[in-house]
Write a protein that binds this ligand. Structure first.
Ligand SMILES: [Zn+2]
Length: 197
């Protein structure tokens, strides 16, 4: 793990991205005056190798005009276990059973992941008892995620996971699309090799 300095282009990229993706709504209100403390680059060659292998598998399964192109996005993950994830990588067997089943959940919006940095519902910051103060330290990950073919849904439901995880489903990710019942788009993977921190 390597700390970035603020004059580096990667540091500026992450800071700008985080501010741009602070998309707010009643469930994820704006953080009041947050500052970015530190940004680290994580190097994990073993995890990267598995990621590249998984991308090749997806490319072989996606049969469209862009056969060799696997869609990837930079997505946020908020969790109180960021340090463990950095050390060991994401683990499906330790992931929570969320509203789209047992998977690893990512948000396009940094404001959405902020909510989960201390554990989500029932876990506001200890000092101010809010999810959005700009003072208490929070850690989140900006990861690269291989999406492949996405099964897109507009309503929550743990049974939706099955559409992706069943044999030969042809899908690699579930996307809960922002709409009437979902406030911030989320992407869920069920294979931990599809993410690299
Ligand atoms: Zn606070």
């Amino acid at each position: 793990m390597e700390e970035l300095i603020s004059s580096e282009s990667d540091y500026q990229f992450v800071e700008n991205h985080m501010r741009e993706m602070m998309n707010t709504n009643p469930w994820n209100p704006e953080l009041t005056g947050f500052i970015i403390g530190k940004i680290y680059r994580i190097n994990h060659p073993e995890i990267w190798k598995k990621y590249v292998e998984r991308k090749k598998e997806i490319a072989a399964e996606v049969v469209d005009e862009n056969e060799t192109f696997v869609k990837e996005l930079r997505l946020y993950h908020g969790s109180p276990y960021v340090e463990k994830i950095v050390a060991e990588g994401f683990r499906i067997d330790e992931s929570k059973n969320g509203h789209f089943g047992r998977g690893i959940y990512f948000a396009e919006d940094s404001s959405k992941s902020n909510y989960y940095t201390l554990g989500g519902s029932g876990n506001p910051c200890p000092v101010h008892k809010t999810y959005t103060c700009g003072e208490c330290e929070r850690k989140m990950l900006l990861c690269i995620v291989a999406l492949g073919k996405q099964h897109v849904v507009e309503k929550f439901g743990s049974e939706q996971a099955n559409c992706v995880t069943k044999r030969n489903s042809g899908y690699h990710t579930l996307r809960g699309a922002k709409g009437r019942s979902i406030d911030n788009t989320e992407h869920i993977i069920y294979d931990q090799r599809q993410v690299c921190t």
